[in-house]
Design a protein around this ligand. Sequence first.
Ligand SMILES: Cc1ncc(C[n+]2csc(CCOP(=O)(O)OP(=O)(O)O)c2C)c(N)n1
Length: 585
Amino acid sequence: MAKHFELDENFDFKIIPKLNKKELNELSNQIKNLIIDKCSKFGGHLSSNLGITNLTIALFRSFDFTKDKIIFDIGHNSYPYKILTGRPLTNLRQSNGIDGFQKINESKFDVYDAGHSSTSLSAALGFAKVRDLNHDDYNVIALVGDGGIANGLCFEALNNLVIANTKIIIILNDNEMSISPTTGGLSAILKGIRRNPLVKIIFKDANFEYIGPVDGDDFDQLKKVFEKAKSSKRSVLLHVKTSKGEGYKYAEEDHAGEYHFVNPFDKDTGKQKIELDKNTISFSKIFAGFVYEDMKNDDKTIAICPSTTVGAKLTHLFSEFKDRSFDVGISEEHAAIFANAFGVNDYHTYLFMYSTFLQRAYDEVLHDIARNNRHVTLLIDRCGLIGHDGETHQGIYDDGFFYSIPNFTLAMPKDEYDAKRLFNYAKKYNHPMAIRYTPLYKNYDEVVNNGPENITNDFEMLQEGKTKHIALVSVGPHLSNLLTKLKGEDVTIFNALFLKGYSEESINKLLSYDFVYIYDPYGVETGFTANLTLDLVKKNYKGKILTKAIPLKFINKGNILEQEILLNVDVESLVSDILKINHEN
Ligand SMILES: Cc1ncc(C[n+]2csc(CCOP(=O)(O)OP(=O)(O)O)c2C)c(N)n1
C-alpha cells in the first residue's frame, strides 16, 4: 500500500533522508497532486512546480535547510519547497494565503524575496559573503532556470563570482523551457553540453566546478552530485535536466507554455476556466491584432517581446512574421536597445512588455529610446493593480516613472475604440510613445464612443455638466463604469487618453471649473495625478484640486476589487466623493 504523508503545517522534512526510493516517489506524487489541486482552484505556476518536485525532495536528502540557504530564482517554482517546509499552499495567492513566490515574511525558510527573474545568483553571492564575514558554515544555493540564467544579471553575477573568493552552489534547472521553449544561444549551448567537454573545461578555468548534466528525477544520481557539490572547495554549477509539467498529462503535452502559468482549471479536462463573459475583453488580444494587421501592410514594422509572448497573445503573430518578430528571452534591457536600433534605422518597432518587467529597462528607455527620439511604440501590458501575483508584479509604477523621461508620450485606452485611436496616433506619431493597458476591460452598454476617429492629444469630453462646478479627469477602463454611474449628474467628465504629452489646451479647459478631480486607479499617486496637478498649479488654477490614485507603496496580493477598496481607489468611493461635493458645495 502506498504510504500516506500528512502534508500539513506540521510536516517534518527531517524524515526525508530516511525514506526509501518507493516512499520518495510516493511523496513526490502526493506533492504533485497537491500542486495540481491548488493550482486548479487558485491558479498559479503549474508546470514549473511539477517539473521541479523530485529535485526539491532530493535537496532535502542532502541539505539541512534549518542552516543551509536556498534562493529560488523568480521563486515561482518554490511550491514543493513551501509544501515541505510546512506550507501546504493554503489559499494559494489569495490575500490571506500562501504567496506564489518566495517571501521572507512568510517563513523562516524563505531567505530572499523574489518575483522578477535572474536575481538569485547576485543574491546568493551576497549571502555567501555574509556567511564568510560572520565566520559561519553553511551552504548557499541558487536554483535558476535555463530561461533565467540567460539574463544579463546572471552574467554579471557569474563574472563577479569568479573573483569573489567564496563558494556558492548554482543549480541550473534546465527544462529547455522558459515560459515557452527557451530561445537564444545559451539554450543551444546547454543542449550541446552533454556532447561538449570543452564547456566543462571553460567553467573549470573560470574557477567553477561544472557537474552534470544529471537527471533531475533520479534520486540516487542527485544524492551523489549534491554530496560532491557540498564537498567541493570551489563554486559549483550543477546542471540538472528536468521536464516541465511532469505528472499532469495536459501540462506534459504542452510545448507552447500554456500551462506554465494557469488560471483556475478543470482537473479532468485541463481546460482553464477563464471567467470572461462576452463583455469582458482582452486588451492584449486587441493590441496583438492591431500589430498583426500593421505588420501585414508595412514591412518596415518590427515586433519585439522579451519572453511573455504567450501572455501577450503574440503566438500567432510571431509564427506568421518570423523574420520581423523577436522573442529575445528574459532580457528586457536588451529588448529595449534592440528595439531602439531598429528605430534609429527607420523601422517602426513595437516593443511589448509587461509594466512590472519594464522597470528593468528604465535606463534603456530613457538613455536610448527617449534620447534618440525615433519611432518606437511601447505596448505596456498588465498595467494597474495586478491581483494575485502581488507586490513584485504590480503594474502601477510605470505611470510614475515616465514623468522623469523626456520625449515620451504616455497614453491609456478605456476600451477598444480608444485602443484603435491611440494605436493609429502612435503609427503616425514617429516618436517614442507608450500605450499602457490593463489586461482586460469590461464593456458597458451605456457608453457610446462618439469621439472623432482621428484624435489629437487633447483631453476628450465624455459628459458635459450643467455648470462649471466639477471637472472629473480620468483614464482607463473604469471611465465607462463612471459614466454609467454619474450619468445626469452635474459633473463634466474628461477622458484624458494622454497621461503625458497632453495638449496645453487640455489644461486650459479645466481652469474655469470650481473643482478638478483627477482620478487614476491604474497608477501611483506620483504619476498622472501629481503631474496634472503640477500643470494646473503652474497655470495658476484658482479652484480646488482633488486626486485619487494608488498610494506609493508595495501592495500585497489579492483580488483586484478588494485591493481597490483597501486603497480607496475603487469606482464607488470616487462616485460617492463626487456626489458629496455636488450636494455639499
Ligand atoms: C524580469 C522578468 N521577466 C519576465 C518574467 C516572467 N517569467 C516568469 S517565470 C518565467 C520563465 C522562467 O523560465 P526559467 O527560468 O527557465 O524557469 P522555469 O519556469 O522553466 O522553471 C518568466 C519569463 C519575470 N518573472 N521576470
